[in-house]
Design a protein around this ligand. Structure first.
Ligand code: GAF
Length: 354
């Protein structure tokens, strides 16, 4: 129990405990910092947070995943450590006057590490919501998502988009979120329980802060400057083809953004129409685009995806920032068990997540 562990660590009961889910992205990858659509969904796994305020400026952070307690102060800067996210949230909550002073924090996560399932957004969004609710503030869930993104962009230094924070802050279990990252409008689409979006970890780990995500973001920023348009996802493909971008790599990156946005639009419609054959096909095309145009997959993940399809998934693709982590596959619910067993027997490093 997180309450008793908290008591053992800090010598008092937590004032609040809360659960925040992780997320899987079903379609629309690397569109969220280019003004496009994304189609994420929250998952059953996530992060439990127990917290009590302090009257001094100490921020003590412990995690069930990592050894030892980290003792920081509110004026500490980020240090490329897992505790940065909790520290950043506590600092932001003070800036927003949702709290005043430090906190004792305990985190318990059942999200696999380096999986691309947004443990960092779950932590920042989860903490900001706790501070907001305690302060009875009228800050909305979408504003919470925007503040959580600021923590990642400005405090941690990861130039991520807002998809993860939005779906986690506005979580609705059993639904996908069709999110327009241009204006933050969203629609919750129910997921048909006859089909499961199965998440399998490839066994290859990734981190957004490892630099490759930043390179893709920089490439997209270059495209934006050349075409003088921020929402490059909405640029007609014909316009891109006529542009003759000098750098062929930038052409490929832009093509991914445009086609991925279009696929996400179609996938949201396919979900509403219960057309899982089309949905699966769009997942497969998305993976090919991430492999060939955006170049963010690994050979092992390409093989895992190919096998997932061969073994009967209606569609499969890498999910999240890329370069490792998880795949998501759309599988008929009554076949999940046999499909998973067959897939994992061919890929000894991979494991079932949810
Ligand atoms: C990561 C980022 F945090 C998201 O903002 C998004 O860009 C995603 O990678 C790729 O679609 O999860």
């Amino acid at each position: 129990m997180i309450e008793s562990k908290f008591h053992t660590l800090y010598g008092r009961a937590p004032e609040i405990t809360a659960f925040t889910p992780g997320r899987v992205n079903l379609l629309g990858e690397h569109t969220d910092y280019n003004g496009g659509l994304a189609l994420p969904a929250t998952i059953g796994l996530g992060i439990k947070i127990a917290i009590s305020n302090r009257i001094d400026s100490s921020i003590n952070i412990s995690s069930s995943t990592f050894e030892g307690m980290v003792a920081l102060k509110l004026d500490t800067t980020a240090s490329q450590h897992w505790s940065d996210y909790a520290l950043g949230a506590a600092i932001k909550a003070n800036e927003l006057a949702l709290t005043s002073g430090g906190a004792d924090i305990l985190i318990e996560s059942n999200l696999p590490h380096g999986a691309g399932l947004s443990s960092s957004a779950a932590l920042t969004v989860g903490l900001l919501k706790i501070f907001r609710d305690k302060a009875a503030s009228d800050i909305t869930d979408t504003q919470i998502a925007q503040y959580a993104k600021q923590i990642e962009n400005e405090f941690i230094g990861v130039p991520c988009g807002i998809m993860d924070q939005m779906v986690i802050a506005n979580a609705l279990s059993g639904h996908a979120m069709k999110l327009d990252t241009d204006n933050l409008e969203f629609e919750h689409i129910p997921l048909n329980p006859e089909f499961r979006m199965v998440v399998i970890h490839s066994g290859f780990y990734r981190q957004l802060s490892d630099g490759r995500y930043k390179i893709r973001k920089k490439e997209c920023d270059e495209i934006k400057e050349i075409v003088n348009q921020n929402d490059i996802c909405r640029m007609p493909l014909e316009k891109l083809e006529k542009l003759k971008l000098v750098d062929p790599t930038l052409f490929l990156r832009a093509r991914h953004c445009i086609t991925e946005h279009e696929r996400t639009q179609q996938a949201a419609k396919a979900l509403k129409d219960d057309n899982f054959v089309e949905f699966g096909q769009l997942m497969n095309e998305s993976h090919q685009s991430m492999k060939n145009d955006f170049e963010i997959t690994l050979l092992e993940i390409d093989n895992l995806v190919a096998d997932a399809i061969k073994l009967g998934a209606l569609g499969a693709r890498q999910t999240g920032g890329g370069f490792g982590g998880c795949i998501v596959a759309c599988v008929e619910a009554d076949q999940v068990e046999t499909w998973t067993a067959a897939l994992l027997s061919n890929h000894p490093k991979a494991y079932y997540v949810c």
